[in-house]
Design a protein around this ligand. Structure first.
Ligand SMILES: [Zn+2]
Length: 491
């Protein structure tokens, strides 16, 4: 831990803001949509069918991709989702792919819908072109729950069960009462071989809200400390996570050596790229290492999730208005270089924290105010408002020349974020629960502008200058190099 050096105090600010904090409390909606994630307990036979289903879902995705590209290449036909669905029906009836008919239809409808959405997102320039899914990457399938059928989901105490088409009744463990109307269920398996079901529900009654202790709080999200709060508290990034990551690297090196050795045994040179389509035999010891990696991954994910949920739940419980920084999560992931990498690693976590804050705020009738990403939160003095231009990236502490206040960088940022967030709300942009507000920073040449993507001109969101060239690209480019050998059928 760093010495607690502060500080000019944020008390003056809090005093003026109390009135605003009370003014913006909004009623939460009557009902909401949410998801319930439960641990699934399939029997061995059910697990086998589900594994087969995952493989088949992947196969159908790749099949749809091939069909769409082939049709485009042949005569420029654009296959729609409906066309593909029709083609899929004939595929299911064909004798050589009759095994598809033994599996439930609904997850395939779902994957074709996802396929359609993926293309629509691509054409609108939001995302990259849909790609083939590699072996073992699909570990989930979605079933819709038909509202006309009764008793699909039964819950008794801590024991629940769900009727899945073609699978049967699968038991699960209930962790909280599942309210509302259950619409669909996604079955998945994680790296440690655990099964989960994620139910989506609508019409869920909003939980009772209670008055928060604080009118407002400012949160500066970071990597070393997950969050610095304007109350002066710092939430450290969990250390055991760091330790687990080191172990993970060790396991992965181990697996890499095993794989190289196996390649050598097969007469291949592991130093060079293996020819396409080669399969390396997996020994039992390699399997053990792979299992270890999977377990560790699952544990890391669990810990990170737990940490995030605890932090966001506490923030939402503690303050009526939560001010955060509107980080350019996507742009950071795109930029290159070591530092950007380090940032993007943390970003996955930061983006998730923000997502949780927004939805939990909606549940509790809280307001989330997001400060523009170019707002110079770290280098604005929280005591006098002076913007210190000379703040470098590694400076943990700095002294404000005009007023002489000594600042802890993150704590100071949390205070200025809180102040700016409240200013935005008071400005009349108002605040409805759950939605976030954006502001335009005054100093765009700040450190965050650099971190968010140095290619963008100052003052402009860096995400905007990538759209045109992607949209201009012709949709399905017949690529021969990327496709490689295709395993027909899938599974
Ligand atoms: Zn100052």
């Amino acid at each position: 831990m760093r010495p607690d050096l502060n500080r000019c105090d944020g008390r003056a600010a809090r005093w003026t803001l109390r009135a605003i904090g009370e003014a913006v409390s909004t009623p939460s909606p009557a009902t909401l949509e949410r998801a319930y994630r439960v641990r699934l307990r399939p029997t061995k036979a059910q697990a086998r069918v589900l594994s087969r289903l995952f493989g088949a879902v992947r196969g159908v995705w790749n099949w749809a991709l091939r069909e769409k590209e082939a049709a485009w290449r042949a005569d420029g036909t654009k296959l729609s989702g409906i066309d593909l669905s029709r083609l899929f029906t004939t595929l299911r009836q064909a004798p050589e792919t009759a095994w598809l008919g033994e599996l439930p239809r609904e997850p395939f409808n779902q994957v074709l819908r996802n396929f359609d959405t993926a293309w629509r997102n691509f054409f609108s320039g939001r995302v990259r072109r849909p790609r083939r899914k590699r072996f073992g990457t699909v570990q989930s399938a979605r079933f819709t729950l038909d509202q006309r059928r009764r008793g699909l989901v039964a819950v008794q105490g801590k024991h629940g069960s769900v009727q899945l088409d073609g699978i049967g009744r699968v038991r699960f463990r209930v962790s909280e009462p599942m309210l509302g109307r259950l619409r669909s269920v996604t079955v998945s398996r994680d790296g440690a071989g655990r099964w989960f079901a994620c139910f989506t529900a609508d019409g869920v009654p909003t939980p009772a809200t209670f008055t928060a202790m604080l009118p407002s709080i400012g949160v500066d999200l970071g990597l070393r400390d997950t969050a610095a709060l304007s109350t002066g508290e710092k939430v450290a990034a969990p250390k055991h996570l760091c330790h687990a990551l080191a172990t993970l690297r060790r396991y992965q090196r181990h697996y890499g050596r095993q794989r190289d050795a196996a390649a050598r045994r097969q007469g291949l040179d592991p130093g060079r790229a293996l020819p396409k389509g080669t399969r390396i035999d997996v020994s039992n010891r390699m399997r053990v290492t792979r299992q270890r990696i999977g377990h560790l991954h699952a544990r890391i994910a669990d810990r990170r999730r737990d940490h995030q949920h605890q932090l966001t739940a506490r923030l939402v419980a503690s303050a009526q208005v939560i001010c955060i920084e509107d980080l350019a999560v996507k742009a950071m992931g795109r930029s290159t270089g070591w530092r950007a990498f380090r940032r993007s690693v943390g970003d996955a976590g930061l983006g998730e924290i923000r997502r949780q804050l927004v939805y939990k705020a909606a549940w509790r009738g809280r307001v989330v105010s997001a400060v523009g990403r170019f707002y110079p939160s770290s280098k604005t003095c929280s005591a006098c408002g002076h913007v210190y231009g000379g703040l470098r990236r590694n400076d943990d502490h700095w002294v404000c020349r005009p007023c002489g206040a000594a600042h802890d960088r993150d704590y100071n940022a949390a205070i200025t974020i809180e102040r700016e967030g409240l200013r935005l709300l008071a400005e009349g942009s108002g605040g409805d629960a759950g939605s976030t507000r954006r502001s335009r920073g005054t100093d765009a040449r700040g450190e965050f502008a650099c971190a968010a993507g140095s290619s963008s001109p100052a003052g402009q969101p860096s995400s905007s200058n990538r759209e045109p060239d992607r949209r201009a690209a012709p949709p399905p480019i017949p690529s021969t190099s990327r496709d490689g050998p295709v395993n027909a059928g899938g599974g």
